[in-house]
Design a protein around this ligand. Structure first.
Ligand SMILES: CC(=O)N[C@H]1[C@@H](OP(=O)(O)OP(=O)(O)OC[C@H]2O[C@@H](n3ccc(=O)[nH]c3=O)[C@H](O)[C@@H]2O)O[C@H](CO)[C@@H](O)[C@@H]1O
Ligand SMILES: C=C(OP(=O)(O)O)C(=O)O
Length: 417
């Protein structure tokens, strides 16, 4: 299994191009299930999760053409199977995103229940509750969600909590429903907005995009379109943390600074000089970072997907920072691994206190989720000696060419097969 070897190598300088967002690309690929026409997506990141979604759609009978760089053409005109099997769902929870569009377009869907994962139990009750409110008959049998509805009906749905994929699933279901659906307490994440914008281009009628109340007037059919995936704010944030830790001056190209204000504010608070234009962000860091307090919350507040990376930054910062994780109940797996590298972090419940140390020391570490793995990679950039990050298939789920991108700005990082 591949590993990454990272050798602490001083400041980072140069430019990095940000990829399209994983968390936007996956629902957008599933949106192709809503039309018989071709959906053409550009700026798709080449990631393991994208390949898994491709396999999932192909297994259902979709035709998927890709240049294997960043473009996909997906046509679900001859879909012959409405099932998402356990073998694929277990490797990628986002597979649940086929449920809403498949049910809405084909009148039935079977999706393996995703189950828990390393960061939490992650139930999908809100997805199911919303679809039932729209008239779907749902049973759970043999580990599968089996849903049926001749045509979904518009409904007024108030979600119990802010759920990103829950909002996306119900939005994709509602666009083809009979009548008007109101989704309240909807997620406002930029990836939800990106999906909604693409659906509108396909002919959907959606009001309130980017707000917590989405009003969707169902239409009879949607058509194909071309859509560019929004830049990945989490990948961009990860690189900014790396520079905040290692020092240096880096410009991120093809970024979307408007989608990451909370993260940019925290980096400024840590002492980084941040400048940004429409599609670029420059970071200049010439000092040791100052520790910052963070509390994860739904967008536009600080994202849970950046919590581990900020924990790594706090680990070598001046002072101490309090990190509160309010989204997932088990998202501190990086704590013991960072401590193995010499960090001083104590965690209890959903709160971690990070006392900054002057230096980390390289070690062999591993993580069982994506962002935890990313935090270990950037910690390795500032540790003495070599850090070996094992089990990097997690990283490959969400980062495109991370070793080339960081290597391009001066990091010493290599993949060991
Ligand atoms: C593919 C994708 O976009 N993944 C993102 C998405 O995950 P995902 O959409 O799975 O996360 P949610 O926003 O749904 O989860 C938020 C919280 O709600 C809970 N919940 C959710 C649905 C539900 O039916 N019942 C329920 O209890 C979850 O367990 C969690 O505690 O948003 C998360 C929160 O920003 C991010 O960390 C993930 O990177
Ligand atoms: C938790 C994440 O992804 P997923 O929802 O795909 O597990 C993530 O991107 O950090």
């Amino acid at each position: 299994m591949d590993k990454l070897k990272i050798t602490g190598n001083g400041p980072l300088n140069g430019e990095i191009t940000v990829s399209g967002a994983k968390n936007a690309a996956l629902p957008l690929m599933c949106a192709a299930l809503l039309t018989k026409d071709t959906l053409r997506l550009t700026n798709v990141p080449m990631l393991r999760d994208v390949k898994t979604t491709q396999k999932l759609l192909q297994g259902m009978g979709a035709r998927v053409l890709t240049d294997n760089v960043h473009e996909f053409e997906i046509n679900c005109g001859s879909l012959n199977n409405t099932c998402a099997p356990y073998e694929l769902v277990k490797t990628m929870r986002a597979s649940i995103l086929v449920l809403g569009p498949t049910l809405a377009h084909f009148g039935e869907a079977q999706v393996s229940l995703p189950g828990g994962c390393a960061i939490g139990s992650r139930p999908v009750d809100q997805h199911l509750k919303g679809l039932e409110a729209m008239g779907a008959e749902i049973v759970i049998e043999h580990g599968y969600v089996k849903a049926r509805a001749k045509r979904l009906k518009g409904a007024h749905i108030v979600m119990d909590m802010v759920t990103v994929t829950g909002t996306e699933n119900l939005l994709m279901a509602a666009v083809l429903a009979d009548g008007t659906t109101v989704l309240e307490n909807a997620a406002m994440e930029p990836e939800v907005t990106d999906l909604a914008d693409c659906l509108v281009k396909m002919g959907a009628r959606i009001q309130g995009i980017g707000t917590p109340t989405l009003t969707i007037e169902g239409v009879e059919r949607l058509s194909g379109t071309t859509h560019a995936v929004v830049p990945d704010r989490i990948e961009a944030g990860t690189f900014l943390c790396a520079v905040a830790m290692a020092g240096g001056k880096v410009v991120l190209r093809r970024a979307a600074p408007k989608t990451m204000q909370a993260v940019l504010d925290k980096l400024s608070e840590a002492g980084a000089i941040i400048e940004a234009g429409d599609d670029w962000i420059a970071i200049d860091m010439q000092q040791r970072p100052r520790a910052v307090d963070i509390r994860t919350l739904p967008y536009p507040a600080f994202p849970t997907d950046m919590q581990a990376q900020f924990m790594a930054m706090n680990a070598i910062a001046e002072g101490s920072g309090k990190v509160v994780e309010t989204i997932f109940e088990n998202r501190f797996m990086h704590v013991p691994e960072l401590n193995r590298m010499g960090a001083n972090i104590s965690a209890e419940g959903n709160t971690a206190i990070v006392k900054g140390v002057a230096k980390l020391s390289g070690a062999t570490v591993m993580a069982t989720d994506l962002r935890a793995s990313a935090s270990l990679v950037i910690a390795g950039l500032v540790a003495d000696g070599d850090t070996i990050v094992e089990r990097i298939y997690h990283l490959d789920r969400g980062y495109e060419n991370i070793e080339q991108k960081l290597g391009g700005v001066g990091a010493k990082i290599e993949r060991i097969a």
